[in-house]
Design a protein around this ligand. Structure first.
Ligand code: PLP
Length: 423
């Protein structure tokens, strides 16, 4: 990136950035573009879910949803709606309560105490490592740190994880038990994994017989364009490659209905589903079937979900356009930054001049704009190149977002100036 920088243009841009920064810093801004939360207008799209069940409407195919039991995998009607959307056969899909992250936590913890299909023994007492393609989702990394699972960072490419690195690691080291993947509209990079990456993840040789791909398809239906990305089926690829138990698929409606009141999904081979259900039966007699029925009534069918996501798109697409426009207008000609323009999901990934990301975040904070901490998208919060910043455009209003972007691009110019012109 730095070899394309026009120093004269940067110097001129810095002069006007200095002036703008003074104005921002004295205007008492208080803006936050840190986390990828739906905005209120998005949450309002699902308001009718609160009245989707009338008194008396509580009977599903499995019986009375208000009571215990009857649907160990969750309501079939709900699983039928989401099976095609998350690319998992209905009988291999389990519906649970809000928070797919809690299912990932549960699968990891359970693996320490119960042998996984294909495995030799539980993980407890052993060294356990996971591959962490970075930049990635900070909560995946935090979850591993919480459980004492060591993270090994691997690089990302425009097609997904760097598979040469991944294959070399997993073939050589039996303590590597899994890899984190956000395969569609990746958090934070925005891209969708290419077919070859999916094939290689499914077919690669792993030293650990109980190796799992944690396939967190959080943004499966979150398109922002008329031509959505296509993601190959990981379960099909694993089955074809003779590794049917390799992938755990996760998804949820946290950014479809209510982030705090949605439903989540676990999908895998039948052997893995059986393993999951046996463990899960110990922690809960069953999921919130009333909420599951509410989702069934609200959506009706898979097309109901697609139509609903189109309304999300109408709210989100202009915000992502604002980001692309601000970055191109303010930074495009200077050669001091590169960024993603995703076809879906919740994030834009911004790479600034190496060694300046932390400084950008600090300058923005001092001017009243909270950004995701620099480095948060890397294991241990350590972006060795100090380059990546995650932008989350969904939550602020368009006006707030545009103001925040103004501050952000100003700070990118200032920090680049300090690094390139002053050092
Ligand atoms: C990749 C990814 N996975 C999981 C989650 C959280 O999902 P849930 O609300 O279902 O726990 C998020 C939220 O930002 C996410 O970006």
């Amino acid at each position: 990136m730095t070899d394309r920088i026009d120093r004269e243009a940067l110097s001129a841009a810095r002069e006007s950035a200095r002036q703008r920064y003074e104005e921002f810093a004295s205007s008492g801004l208080k803006l936050d573009i840190t986390r990828g939360k739906p905005c209120s207008a998005q949450l309002d799209l699902s308001e009718d879910m609160l009245v989707a069940l009338e008194p008396g409407d509580h009977i599903a195919e499995e019986g009375d949803t208000r009571n215990y039991g009857g649907a160990p995998k969750g309501l079939k009607a709900l699983r039928e709606i989401f099976a095609p959307l998350v690319d998992v056969p209905v009988d291999q899909l389990v519906a649970r309560d809000n928070s797919s992250l809690s299912l990932m936590h549960f699968c990891l913890v359970s693996s320490f105490f119960h042998t996984l299909p294909g495995g030799e023994k539980p993980w407890a007492g052993e060294k356990v490592r996971f591959l962490a393609p970075a930049p990635g989702y900070d909560r995946h990394f935090a979850l591993c740190e919480e459980l004492g699972i060591e993270l090994i960072q691997v690089g990302m490419t425009p097609e997904g994880p760097n598979m040469d690195e991944v294959e070399a690691f997993v073939a050589a080291d039996p303590t590597i038990k899994g890899i984190w993947c956000v395969p569609k509209y990746n958090n934070p990079m925005g891209m969708t994994f290419g077919d070859e990456v999916v094939e290689r993840l499914a077919s690669m040789t792993t030293a650990a017989p109980d190796f799992r791909v944690y396939w967190d398809n959080a943004y499966a239906v979150h398109d922002l364009t008329a031509e959505p990305d296509e993601l190959a089926s990981i379960l099909d690829a694993c089955a074809r490659a003779g590794n049917p138990d390799r992938a755990f698929v996760f998804a949820s409606t946290s950014k479809v209905t209510f982030a705090g009141g949605g439903v989540s999904f676990f999908g895998s081979s039948l052997a893995n589903v059986e393993w999951f259900l046996a463990r899960d039966a110990m922690r809960s007699i069953g999921p919130d079937k009333v909420n599951q029925l509410r989702h069934v009534r609200f959506f009706g069918d898979s097309d109901g979900v697609r139509a609903h996501m189109q309304r999300h798109r109408e709210i989100l697409e202009p915000k992502f356009e604002s980001v692309a426009k601000a970055l191109a207008t303010d930074l495009g000609a200077l050669g001091i930054a590169e960024w993603s323009e995703p076809n879906g999901g919740y994030f834009v990934s911004l790479d600034v001049v190496p060694g300046t990301a932390k400084r950008v975040v600090q300058l923005a904070k001092e001017a009243g704009v909270a950004l995701t901490p620099a480095g948060a998208t890397f294991p241990g919060g350590a972006d060795l190149a100090d380059r990546n910043i995650r932008i989350a455009p969904s939550f602020p209003t368009t006006e707030e977002l545009e103001q925040a972007l103004d501050v952000l691009t100003t700070c990118v110019v200032l920090a680049a100036g300090e690094k390139i012109l002053d050092e």
